[in-house]
Ligand binder design. Sequence first.
Ligand SMILES: *Cc1c(COP(=O)(O)O)cnc(C)c1O
Length: 413
Amino acid sequence: MELSDRARAVLDEARRAGDADVAWKEGRVFSLAYYAGPEVEQVAERAHAMYTSANGLNAEAFPSLKRFQAEVVATVTDWVRGDSQAAGYMTSGGTESILMAVKAARERGRRERGIVTPNAILPESAHAAFEKACYYFGVEARRIPVRPDWRADVNAMSDACDDDTVLLVGSAPQYPQGVIDPIPEIAAIAARRGVNCHVDACMGGVTLAFMERAGESVAPWNLAVPGVTSISVDLHKYGYTAKGASVIVHRNRLLRSYQTFVTDNWLGGLYGSSGVLGTKSGGPMAAAWAVMRFLGEEGYLALTRSAREACLRLADGVDAIDGLVVRARPDSTLVSFGAADADRPVDVYAVADGLAARGWYVDRQGPPPSLHCTVNASHAATVDDFLVDLRSVVADVAASDRRGDAGAYGTVD
Ligand SMILES: *Cc1c(COP(=O)(O)O)cnc(C)c1O
């Protein structure tokens, strides 16, 4: 329809509000946003717009959303090698998938074993969302230091288990250093104890599935591993769809039943929901379905190849810069790096400041103080320019002894 002047003015103001946002479509932002080009973006935005106000709370009223969820979950189940018993749901993101994994594990422990003071065994590298989930759901988070190669220390995890343990976690890959935990060993401990093992493949789920299809060898990471009971895969990362889309797949329907919430203890009748949200926009569900349908296996294969190639080029380039070391060879598309051992190690947060001044955005993290790049397909064209600037910024910072600020992955306002 033709918009009024007033409507156009409001929309212009909304657009201008974003002028100071990071420029994530130009391949200069190594965090927070993912870009597969203008056509994929259009497919996502238009499908999203069609279902923005449709409500995923009741799929019976919206057979469209029921279909989108069923087809998206089926595709992801195939990617993570679930069998015909597997059952999942779409969620609003990695955090909600993880919240539900922890809730399902707590519920299983409560119902099957009467556990009232549950604990979860988490490598220190497991995402902050597990900390949030444990806090929300009254589960003790037992953090176990990782090995020198940054992977989960399976023996220490085993030692930390007791009769109240309801969950062991491994990540594929873990966010901070980008390596895959020893999933078969972690899952074996869980299976022996009859408790849940969740694999956090929020970041790696799409990429690892297509690295395998591209012929790369990938450490075991999915439901093909005995003992893994659930796995999370974010679509709003390497699925290249609109924000608000992730999937959690459980090994079977019984395990999934511990995720859902049902009550009739109020005056409004029977109420059931699969996740944290009540009313839930159909937009992200429709966008995910449309983008996955549009890209298909071939699209994801091509995007995975270019992101992976760009990531390895970035890791090799960083390692070749005097004063920097890569924390680990990337198992998927995440690179973390810090200061090389030296009398006066370069302050990597000052390096991040210098990069920001040249229009590049990288994540700051620690311990240990490190910079982190989440490399997606849009970086294939920019990695070489980034390396040129990184080399020169490191030299500047080393010469000036500048210090920077550690920043934060998420924020509170
Ligand atoms: C992004 C991420 C999460 C959290 O997902 P959100 O979509 O930010 O809620 C969890 N685990 C890993 C490994 C991640 O990369």
